[in-house]
Design a protein around this ligand. Structure first.
Ligand code: AQP
Length: 338
C-alpha cells in the first residue's frame, strides 16, 4: 500500500528537557506553524521522552508548559492543530511497547544520537534513552502520520520509524502503518552551537553562551552573537565560499532562516563585509523576530491554567484518533481485548 491510501497528516514533537533554543524554533516550531492549514497537524510536548535523562519533577511540569507556550507564541493555533503532552495519551506508551517488540537490537545499536548522548558511559544511561526511537515511532504511527517535520538530527529516527512500519506490516501481513516521510527543508535544519560550528545547538548543551534561548532578552542575544565563534575571513562573495567554514555557514544560515530568505541572498547582501558589521545586524534581526515570541511566551506563562486547558483539550482530541488505531493494532497482534 502506498501513502496515498492514508489521509495526509503531520505529527511532530519537542521534549521539555529544558528551555527552548533557537534550533528548536528554526528547525522545528517555525516550520510546524508553516504546515498548519496545509493538512491535519498534530503537535506534541513529548514529556515521556524528556525523562529518558533525569528531569527534576519540580521543573518538568513548568518546562512542559513552556514548550506549549513556545508553540502557541510562534503562531500555533489550537483550533487548527492538536496540541497536547504525550504522557496524557496512554496509547503512546502502549504502542511503544509493541514497537519494542518489532524493532531489532541491531537497529537500535546504529542510532547515532544514543551514541552521542551516552558517550563512553552507555551502561550508566537509562534503558529509556536507548529505546526512545521505538517510542518515537509509536508517537508518529499512532496517528498514521504521513509527514514528520524535524531537524536533521532526527532524520535517522524517522527512518527507523519507516523500518518499524515496514517490518510490522510484513510480519503481520497487513498494510496498516504508513511509511512516514521526514520533512527536512529550509536553511536551518541543523542550527549549530555558537562556540563550535561542528556541534549542534542543544537545550542541554553545557554553556549558555553556545545557544540562543527563546527567552533571552535583547542584551543577551547581542552578547551571544558578538561572542559567537566566526573566523578571520570576511563574508564570501558566494555560498560556495562557505565550504569548510562551519561557523560562518551557521551564522549565515541563522540569518537566512530568521529573515525567510536563502543563504545566497544573505551572502549577496553582505559580500565582503567583516564580522563586526554582520554580527550586530544578525543580533538586531534575531531580537526583532524573537522578542514578540518571547513576550507572548511570558504572557502565556503567566496564566498556566489556560495552557493546561489547551493541552487537556488537545489530549482529548488526540485520544480520539489514537485509540482506534491502537485497538486495531492489538487486534492485528492478537491481543485479547477482554
Ligand atoms: N540545533 C538544531 N537545529 C535544528 N533543529 C533542531 N532541533 C533540535 N535542535 C536543533 C529540532 O527540534 C525538534 C525537537 O527536538 P527535541 O527537543 O525533541 O530533541 P533534540 O533534537 O535532542 O533537541 P535538543 O535541544 O538538542 O534537546 P536536548 O539537549 O534535551 O537533547 C526536533 O525536530 C529537532 O530535530
Amino acid at each position: 500500500m502506498t501513502n496515498t491510501a492514508f489521509t495526509p497528516r503531520v505529527f511532530s514533537g519537542i521534549k521539555p528537557s529544558g528551555g527552548l533554543q533557537l534550533g528548536n524554533y528554526l528547525g522545528a516550531i517555525k516550520r510546524f506553524v508553516g504546515m498548519q492549514g496545509e493538512m491535519e497537524t498534530i503537535y506534541c510536548v513529548v514529556d515521556m521522552h524528556a525523562i529518558t535523562v533525569w528531569q527534576d519533577p519540580a521543573e518538568l511540569a513548568n518546562a512542559t508548559r513552556e514548550v506549549a507556550a513556545g508553540y502557541l507564541a510562534a503562531g500555533l493555533d489550537p483550533t487548527k492543530s492538536i496540541l497536547f503532552n504525550q504522557s496524557q495519551v496512554a496509547a503512546h506508551a502502549e504502542l511503544g511497547w509493541i514497537f519494542n517488540c518489532v524493532a531489532r537490537v541491531g537497529w537500535m545499536n546504529r542510532m547515532t544520537q544514543f551514541k552521542d548522548k551516552a558517550g563512553d558511559n552507555a551502561e550508566k544511561h537509562s534503558l529509556g534513552l536507548y529505546a526512545y526511537p521505538a517510542l518515537m515511532a509509536a508517537d508518529i504511527l499512532l496517528y498514521h502520520a504521513t509527514h514528520v517535520p524535524v531537524g536533521e538530527d532526527q532524520k535517522q529516527h524517522v527512518e527507523l520509524t519507516r523500518d518499524i512500519a515496514k517490518k510490522f506490516n510484513h510480519d503481520y501481513k497487513v498494510d496498516f502503518f504508513p511509511e512516514t516521510a521526514p520533512v527536512i527543508d529550509g536553511p536551518a535544519t541543523r542550527v549549530m552551537n555558537l562556540r563550535d560550528g561542528t556541534k549542534k545547538m542543544s537545550k542541554s548543551g553545557e554553556s549558555d553562551m553556545e545557544r540562543i534561548n527563546m527567552t533571552d532578552d535583547a542584551d543577551k542575544i547581542a552578547k551571544k552573537f558578538k561572542k559567537a565563534k566566526s573566523d578571520a575571513e570576511p563574508l564570501p562573495e558566494t555560498v560556495e565560499g562557505l565550504a569548510d567554514r562551519p561557523e560562518a555557514r551557521n551564522l549565515i544560515d541563522i540569518y537566512a532562516a530568521l529573515n525567510d530568505v536563502t543563504p545566497a541572498d544573505v551572502v549577496a547582501e553582505y559580500a565582503g563585509a567583516q564580522w563586526g558589521k554582520f554580527k550586530p545586524a544578525l543580533a538586531d534581526l534575531a531580537v526583532a523576530k524573537l522578542a514578540p515570541i518571547s513576550g507572548e511566551m511570558a504572557r502565556l506563562m503567566s496564566d498556566p491554567a489556560e495552557i493546561d486547558r489547551i493541552l487537556a483539550d488537545g489530549s482529548a482530541r488526540a485520544r480520539e484518533i489514537a485509540q482506534p488505531i491502537l485497538h486495531k493494532t492489538y487486534d492485528i497482534v492478537g491481543m485479547l481485548r477482554s
